[in-house]
Design a protein around this ligand. Structure first.
Ligand code: GAP
Length: 511
């Protein structure tokens, strides 16, 4: 998580994660996986509305990448095709990609409390006055820092200390560190690497020979199909291959709701180009990806660009132009930001590795460049689908004491799980029949909710809480003059429109 370069307006304090998580459960967006067994850390299920929201984000990404890809610098649409590769691949692929050897986080254990922490998430507060006890706190949790200082360094504040990341300490310094929750100093071990790959076995015998891995990123399934796609489709350099799907990482510390989980979904595109054009395409894709998130409602000061520092770069990006992240200000990172998407220059790392390990030639013969043979460079916009869902929910969450629900979800209509609700004022007097007829007319074109039970105030409240942009109410007057009340979610403004113009009204509003 990064801190803002300049002071920006903090996200409204009233966006409390506890309330957001509670709404997600109450209104069937997101549930803890295995909820009735007490859940399982790092895994989440998407309920009836959550899956609609996730599918809307997924489908919009696919549309923007594969169905109607952007117009390139030459004024023509760029070429991108899709794949859907297996989650389990030949384990040799993960050796080649560097994941088996190097996809790890540095971990420290506390000998006293038996707790395990990510070393690069622990900050050590070193007393400025030269005092001997150094206090360890979690990097992105100010509340925890304050509580801990109150407990173990009475009268002192964070300003009395210098901050150092635990991974930067010399061996001798560990003896002075008071671990989180520990009573004695010096209980933390030095960092050891912990691999994040989920292992499994193929077939009935659980031996080393049958070991396989759940993919930790969708990207490798694209590299593994690069040659098949080139040989079987009509793409030419430069071009992209896109994939959306599940990824699995045995995260040491899954946290912040669905932000960092052990099973999640990614939306990745690998853009193959001539090495000389890498910079042009990196800049192009970065702009396009910013536009994407803005188009679905994450605009403004909550969305920023951040270039990776050299020491943050992944093994595959070290030689190239680096990585730039698109970051969002989540309530739990504010006033800082959390990564939503990275746009990386992966150079020719992956294809070169797979060429060497698989002994399959992956060079491209470029007839447009005098038959030059080269391994293309790759620009990779890699976004989190489930993390994107969280950003959409956090952005949309709008407390409003002036309405019965006290809150509404201000989704961009493209993303809203339901585009409209049809609400007969009462469950009698012919209202439900008219409502159902309207529902049957609209449902072919729009995701609409026909909601008949409960009083109208409660039904409006529910629609506000699930972020439905429009409600149409059928009442006594409808039977007399064929008009309905159209209610707009954000303003709560109501107007009468003709019953036979509802589809047109909605089409116009959702354009
Ligand atoms: N192929 C490159 C790659 O996987 P990454 O930065 O590790 O890069 C890309 O992941 C995106 O996937 C991140 O920007 C984030 O949105 C999402 N992501 C990564 N780890 C995640 C996790 N544990 N839980 C949820 N989303 C995650």
């Amino acid at each position: 998580m990064s801190q803002p370069a300049e002071k920006l307006d903090a996200m409204p304090d009233e966006k409390d994660m506890k309330d957001i998580v509670a709404l997600c459960k109450r209104r069937s967006f997101i549930f803890a996986a295995s909820d009735i067994y007490g859940g399982i850390n790092g895994f989440w299920d998407y309920g009836p509305l959550g899956v609609e929201l996730k599918n809307n984000l997924r489908d919009y990404w696919w549309k923007c990448m594969v169905t109607t890809p952007p117009i390139g610098p030459d004024g023509h649409p760029v070429q991108i095709v899709g794949v859907d590769s297996a989650i389990i691949q030949n384990p040799k692929a993960w050796v080649a990609s560097g994941h088996v050897g190097g996809f790890s986080d540095p971990m420290v254990d506390c000998r006293e409390t038996k707790k395990r922490y990510r070393a690069d998430h622990i900050v050590v507060l070193q007393p400025k006055d030269g005092g001997e006890k150094w206090i360890a706190v979690m990097e992105d949790d100010d509340e925890f820092m304050e509580k801990r200082l109150k407990k173990v360094a009475k009268g002192k504040t964070a300003a009395d200390f210098d901050q150092v990341l635990l991974v930067d300490l010399d061996t001798s310094d560990y003896a002075k560190v008071l671990a989180p929750d520990a009573k004695e100093v010096g209980t933390l071990t030095e960092p050891k690497e912990f691999n994040l790959m989920f292992e499994t076995f193929c077939g009935p015998i659980q031996s080393e020979d049958n070991k396989a891995y759940l993919r930790p990123e969708t990207a490798q399934g694209i590299f593994l199909n690069y040659k098949n796609v080139l040989d079987s489709s009509r793409v030419k350099m430069p071009f992209g291959i896109a994939q959306i799907g599940k990824a699995f990482r045995n995260e040491v510390n899954p946290r912040n709701f669905i932000f960092r989980s052990r099973e999640f979904e990614q939306m990745e595109m690998e853009w193959f180009c001539h090495p000389e054009d890498a910079k042009k395409w990196r800049d192009f894709w970065f702009e396009e990806r910013m536009k994407f998130w803005e188009a679905i409602g994450l605009a403004g000061s909550n969305l920023i660009k951040r270039d990776h520092d050299d020491d943050e770069l992944s093994h595959y990006a070290k030689e190239g132009l680096g990585t730039a992240d698109i970051e969002y200000r989540f309530p739990f990172t504010a006033p800082g930001f959390g990564e939503l998407e990275g746009v990386a220059h992966r150079c020719d790392f992956d294809l070169t590795q797979h060429q060497e390990h698989s002994k399959t030639k992956l060079q491209y013969l470029d007839t447009e460049r005098d038959n030059e043979k080269y391994i293309p460079h790759v620009i990779e916009p890699a976004a989190g689908l489930t993390r994107g869902v969280l950003a959409l929910i956090c952005e949309a969450y709008t407390p409003d004491p002036d309405r019965p629900s006290g809150v509404y979800l201000n989704f961009d209509p493209k993303m809203a799980p339901m585009k409209a609700a049809i609400l007969p004022l009462t469950a009698k007097d012919g209202h439900p029949e008219v409502a159902e007829k309207l529902y049957m007319e609209l449902r072919e074109e729009f995701a609409v909710d026909l909601d008949i039970k409960q009083n109208i105030g409660k039904r409006y409240a529910r629609q506000d809480e699930i972020g439905t942009p429009y409600c149409f109410t059928i009442d006594g007057q409808t039977l007399e003059d064929n008009t309905v009340t159209a209610r707009e979610r954000n303003t709560m403004a109501q107007e009468r429109i003709s019953l036979d113009k509802v589809a047109e009204y909605l089409r116009e509003k959702l354009k």
